[in-house]
Write a protein that binds this ligand. Structure first.
Ligand SMILES: Nc1ncnc2c1ncn2[C@@H]1O[C@H](COP(=O)(O)OP(=O)(O)O)[C@@H](O)[C@H]1O
Ligand SMILES: [Mg+2]
Length: 580
């Protein structure tokens, strides 16, 4: 029992906490929320006025002597005129509202997507790398739409429906107090139901989103690895796997649907019973000549309005719960540890005072463990490289070479020890941080060309690079020969869906891009692994010439790389020992 209570509280606490976040967003966009509310209220007033007009119309036509209409029309023409005017106005009003609401919705949706994108992209790499791209895309698209929709949708719906309920109730009450009280019976019943619903819906909503993300991740993985799938004859395996995931998705959806249907059926049954009671009462009043036919029709319409507004208010619960579940997933992204740029000014000063002088990068007693792992990836590692050094980090795969480069780039922070940049001439030392990335250039282990022209890819690292500078970098990386054969030269397309280049060619393009950045420290992560020995030799010779006044750090398994290096370390068993 205690455990159940705790679970229940946790669930409700989560919901309340997230509701506060949604409310904070609604506050941020309060002007839009007010506009939406005003539009919804206007449309409610129209509905009630239209009902009153039809009451007058029926009473005039049936020549009822009661004359108890709130609206006083002298002739049938007046009523018809009013009805037509109402309809025309409503059509125009709806069109205007549609336009305004679309503008507001697009604005809020895109702003929120950008905010979440920024938040994710500014987060610490170690944490962002834990997410699959499918999951993140799902959050950027679906969860943002759900939350932004509810931020501007829920409050206006609540206010207008509550207003509709009260106004309809007021009119019914004005005519017939007993009828009003009968109509009110539904309220406590439905409220009890919806409270019970909340928790169950919340867990369904969370599960559904998880499965959705899993599906997206599966799709993006399959699309990225098409070549692998086909060559290993895995097409049918993947087709089956998709169907298995879809079955999971369908089952969860249908379970949720069954649960909602049972609940709505119970609610509808209650509402229906009350409708009959109201209708019976109205007919009795008409029979006893207490009300006119017009008023009975008005009652029926107003009761419809009462129950539909109340259902809409209850219907907010699932929408809200769904957006609570989506909002939780966005909050998770917002709360990821961020790359801190606190020492940006310090790094800037350092950058200026060491310009053109000799540098030294070092790791001192660095221990590092990846988030959630049981063992250290690096233990008490020490490593130094000075301007003019060509350093090789070698050793078995999976022993921490790439991890050392990530530490230098401050993609990850050491658990203990110091990773720093030093300039003896200037007498200054600075610990690496996101702000010191300006000192580095990097050739990652995997292809990271973006789907754009080659020139645009190159200018990512140096926006003002001239065509000549780009060509020069390509020449050093031995890439110009094949680029110049392309129809558009350096303006040919590369990356996802672009012109096909071989892995070895892509590596050379990546190297060229790193050179163009013109940084004092260049990190090559198995950058020549896909090149033939001859080309590799030529690239390395060019680099030896180009990098004389820089620090070049290579991770490699190839002895050919050692030939251009003046120092080497073996990275093994979480250790990093010098061998030359
Ligand atoms: N993002 C990560 N999350 C958790 N563990 C990781 C991650 N990247 C690498 N590792 C682990 O850290 C160790 C060193 O990896 P890495 O530096 O990539 O090796 P190398 O580049 O020498 O092949 C490996 O055991 C690997 O499993
Ligand atoms: Mg590696």
């Amino acid at each position: 029992m205690v455990k159940y209570m705790k679970l229940r509280d946790k669930n409700l606490n989560e919901i309340t906490r997230e509701l506060k976040n949604i409310l904070a967003l609604a506050k941020k966009y309060w002007v839009s929320v007010v506009v939406f509310t005003a539009m919804a209220l206007f449309s409610t007033v129209f509905g009630i006025l239209a009902s009153l007009v039809s009451q007058s119309l029926i009473d005039i036509v049936t020549g009822s002597s009661k004359g108890d209409s709130i609206l006083n029309f002298d002739s049938i023409y007046g009523v018809i005129g009013a009805a037509i005017a109402f309809s025309a106005f409503k059509i125009i009003f709806n069109a205007v509202c549609g336009r305004i609401s679309e503008k507001i919705k697009i604005k809020i949706n895109t702003e929120m997507t950008a905010e979440i994108f920024d938040s994710f992209i500014c987060s610490n790499w170690e944490y962002t790398s834990l997410y699959s791209s499918g999951d993140i895309l799902n959050r950027f698209n679906n969860d943002v739409s759900t939350v932004s929709g509810s931020v501007i949708g829920i409050f206006p719906t609540f206010v207008s429906k509550a207003f509709q309920f009260l106004a309809a109730f007021g009119v019914v009450f004005y005519y017939d107090k007993t009828m009003a009280l009968i109509a009110l019976i539904t309220v406590p019943l439905l409220l009890v139901c919806s409270r019970f619903l909340m928790k169950k819906m919340h867990s369904y909503a969370k599960e559904l989103k998880k499965v959705n993300s899993k599906l997206m991740a599966f799709n993006s993985d399959a699309l990225l690895n098409m070549q692998y799938l086909k060559s290993f004859g895995l097409v049918s395996v993947f087709c089956m796997k998709l169907r298995r995931l879809q079955r999971e998705y369908i089952k969860l959806n249908l379970d949720y649907n069954k649960f909602s249907l049972i609940v709505t059926s119970i609610m509808s049954f209650v509402t229906q019973m009350v409708t009959y009671a109201c209708f019976g009462w109205g007919v009795y009043r008409l029979w006893t000549n207490a009300i006119s036919i017009g008023t009975l029709v008005l009652f029926i319409q107003l009761y419809g309005m009462l129950s539909s507004s109340f259902s809409s208010i209850i219907g907010i619960v699932p929408t809200l719960i769904n957006s609570v579940a989506a909002s939780e997933r966005l909050t998770e992204i917002r709360n990821l540890p961020k790359d801190d740029d606190l020492n940006e000014p310090e790094a800037m000063d350092f950058y200026e005072s060491v310009a053109g002088k000799n540098l030294e990068v070092s790791l001192k007693n660095v221990t590092f463990r990846y988030h959630g792992e049981e063992e250290d990836a690096l233990k008490n590692v020490a490593f130094t490289a000075k301007t003019g050094d060509f350093v090789a980090l070698t050793g078995p795969s999976g022993e921490g070479k790439t991890t050392i480069l990530r530490l230098l780039l401050a993609l990850i922070a050491p658990g203990s020890g110091i990773v720093s940049l030093k300039c003896e001439e200037a007498g200054e030392t600075i610990s690496v941080s996101p702000a010191t990335r300006r000192f580095f250039s990097y050739v990652p282990q995997k292809n990271t060309m973006f789907s754009d022209t080659l020139a645009e890819n190159m200018r990512l690292v140096k926006p003002d690079a001239t065509d000549e500078e780009i060509e020069n970098a390509l020449k050093i990386a031995c890439a110009y020969d094949f680029v110049k054969k392309e129809k558009d030269g350096i303006y040919c397309r590369v990356g996802d869906g672009g012109t096909g280049f071989s892995e070895g060619q892509m590596q050379r393009l990546s190297i060229a891009r790193a050179l163009l950045r013109d940084a004092p420290v260049v990190l090559f992560d198995e950058a020549t692994s896909a090149l033939d020995i001859d080309t590799e030799q030529r690239v390395l010779q060019n680099l030896a010439e180009w990098g004389k006044n820089r620090i070049c750090i290579f991770t490699t398994h190839r002895t050919s790389v050692f030939e251009v290096c003046n120092r080497a370390y073996i990275v093994s068993g979480a250790d990093c020992a010098p061998v030359m």
